[in-house]
Design a protein around this ligand. Structure first.
Ligand SMILES: Cc1cc2nc3c(=O)[nH]c(=O)nc-3n(C[C@H](O)[C@H](O)[C@H](O)COP(=O)(O)OP(=O)(O)OC[C@H]3O[C@@H](n4cnc5c(N)ncnc54)[C@H](O)[C@@H]3O)c2cc1C
Ligand code: SF4
Length: 496
């Protein structure tokens, strides 16, 4: 029986069940439990099947959102997963970590009078159904084109580029500096948000269609871009090397024992498995009182990780909760987990003991003034200082682009922030045969944006390999202050 729009609008949001906070902070199990088929169908009924779906405009890879939601409502989750995979190779990952509240769910019409449709939860449900029921059908691979592409980096950008190039019949080898694939999905995003087996399974799907992986190879060190395009016989290169260069504040005491960047802290724990030390050989100095500086998504990940390792954990942020850059859902989940919050606190010094181990963090208390150029209210010092005890400090302030490729090859142009400059229409860099996408061309961004760019870049590489791309005219900015690629609705732009 057809359901009216009014009836659909009257259905309340189906909240995804979560593990209990007191119990979940004792382990690394995933926090959201996932929908049952019945719950997913009820949530799917809230979608109005808009003729001009605003949600699709908000999705960087243009998933047919009403299409897959209708299939869930009809009780066809396997078909829904297939529909998502037409445009998104990593649905289980995106359903879990995409900032839907800022992308597809933000413009959803249902959200104008209440909660938007929980598109992320439904995407996750369809992807999990496909995995648990084994309904995934590999794409057909056409006869070999005889062309060979090197992909640098195995994060979301590299994996997406590899998939898009392989399904067009090209030979693809992914070079990864670490000993396993996945990029930030493995070494940054915690297991309680994104289980490792999901990424491993998607890498297996790529291997099954013939994508090869070469681990422990640093391009720019073991092999140069010229080596790849010369003696190694590649016809094109895609750079998806990400943004893994940590930012620090430059305050006194940063070299004390017990100070980490978020990247080092999370990499030790998740990639090197130091949480299982001594079963795994990487140790971790994780104190009893951990101070985390920053309130973005990475900050939430560090806070919640430290809590799971048994520490007393405090977040320091120079603005208030309202300006915190973390996704709403991440902030809410963190707030449920018995952490301490020091809003309007700006760390100015880390104080160490006589053996150079951290013992305190000194902060200036801040207040907010008028909004700055970012649109957020500017924090200004009050002249009042506080000293808090801490034995570990983790800087979670975002990351800059990995510099190794541009510094090892001067033909690849970067701007003054180290961002790889590309032609916005084609993702060509200034070096012939070399394309780039993901965090390398945006600075630290999101999984789905990295994927969207990689997909566009792969389409250009395909044209280049077929001789359909004019190499003489890539519009790669020359101004060192030119911005990297930015997201604006459905389109990538160069606004900063
Ligand atoms: C802790 C943390 C949490 C995050 N949470 C979210 C989230 O919830 N949602 C979201 O959408 N985004 C999140 N992000 C951002 C998101 O993970 C990134 O935007 C995304 O992973 C970028 O993908 P990428 O493929 O460009 O780069 P990466 O994922 O960084 O992958 C780059 C890969 O290239 C490899 N590499 C680098 N240099 C070389 C070289 N010279 N040779 C060979 N290999 C090389 C690296 O080892 C790495 O594996 C988070 C980031 C962090 C750090
Ligand atoms: S905007 Fe919302 S209601 Fe409309 S199709 Fe998209 S998810 Fe459904």
């Amino acid at each position: 029986m057809a359901i009216s729009t009014k009836e659909r609008m009257g259905i309340p949001l189906v909240h995804m069940p979560l593990n209990n906070p007191a119990q979940r902070v004792t382990n690394f199990e995933e926090v959201p439990i996932g929908y049952t088929l019945e719950q997913a169908q009820t949530e799917a009924k809230r979608c109005l099947q808009c003729k001009k779906p605003a949600c699709v405009e908000g999705c960087p890879v243009g998933i047919d959102i009403p299409g897959f939601i209708a299939l869930i409502e009809e009780g066809k989750p396997a078909e829904a997963a297939k529909k998502i995979r037409e445009t998104n190779f990593l649905p289980a990952e995106c359903g879990r970590v995409c900032p839907q509240d800022k992308q597809c769910q933000a413009p959803c019409v249902v959200g104008k009078k209440g909660d938007p449709v929980y598109i992320g939860g439904l995407e996750r449900f369809a992807a999990d159904w496909e995995r648990s029921h084994g309904t995934y059908a590999p794409p057909p691979i056409p006869a070999s084109t005889g062309k060979k592409v090197a992909v640098v980096g195995s994060g979301p950008a590299g994996l997406t580029a590899a998939y898009e190039l392989r399904v067009r019949g090209h030979e693809v080898i992914v070079f990864e500096a670490f000993h396993r694939g996945g990029g930030v999905l493995v070494y940054g995003i915690p297991r309680f948000r994104l289980p490792l087996e999901l990424i491993d399974e998607d890498i297996k799907l790529l291997e099954n269609i013939g994508v090869q992986f070469a681990y422990d190879v640093i391009i720019g060190n073991a092999l140069s871009l010229d080596d790849l395009l010369g003696k190694e016989g590649f016809d094109a290169v895609f750079i998806g090397s990400g943004a893994g260069l940590p930012k620090m504040l430059g305050i006194p005491g940063e070299n004390s024992n017990g100070v980490y960047s978020a990247n080092e802290y999370l990499t030790r724990i998740y990639l090197m498995q130091s949480m299982k030390f001594p079963r795994y050989s990487t140790p971790l100095y994780n104190g009893r009182k951990v101070a985390v500086i920053g309130a973005g998504n990475t900050g939430m990940d560090v806070l919640r990780t430290a809590k799971r390792l048994g520490s007393d954990v405090t977040c320091y942020y120079r603005r208030t909760r309202a300006e915190a850059p973390a996704r709403t859902e991440e902030l809410e989940h963190a707030e449920q987990e018995f952490l301490h919050w020091k809003w309007l606190h700006n760390p100015v010094e880390i104080i160490a003991d006589e053996n150079n181990f951290v013992k305190q963090i000194k902060c200036e208390v801040m207040k907010l003034s008028e909004p700055d150029e970012s649109g957020r209210k500017k924090p200004i010092g009050t002249g009042e200082f506080v000293h808090d005890d801490a034995d570990t400090v983790v800087f979670s302030l975002g990351c800059d682009v990995n510099p190794i490729i541009p510094t090892s090859d001067k033909e690849v142009r970067v701007n003054k922030w180290g961002i790889v400059m590309v032609d916005l229409a084609t993702y060509q860099t200034s070096k012939k045969g070399v394309f780039a996408g993901g965090d390398a061309v945006t600075g630290g961004s999101t999984v789905i944006l990295a994927m969207g760019q990689a997909k566009s870049a792969a389409q250009s590489i395909d044209k280049f390999l077929k001789g359909e791309l004019n190499w003489n005219a890539p519009n790669v900015p020359t101004d060192p202050k030119a911005p990297g690629v930015q997201w604006s609705g459905r389109f990538m732009t160069a606004k900063r």
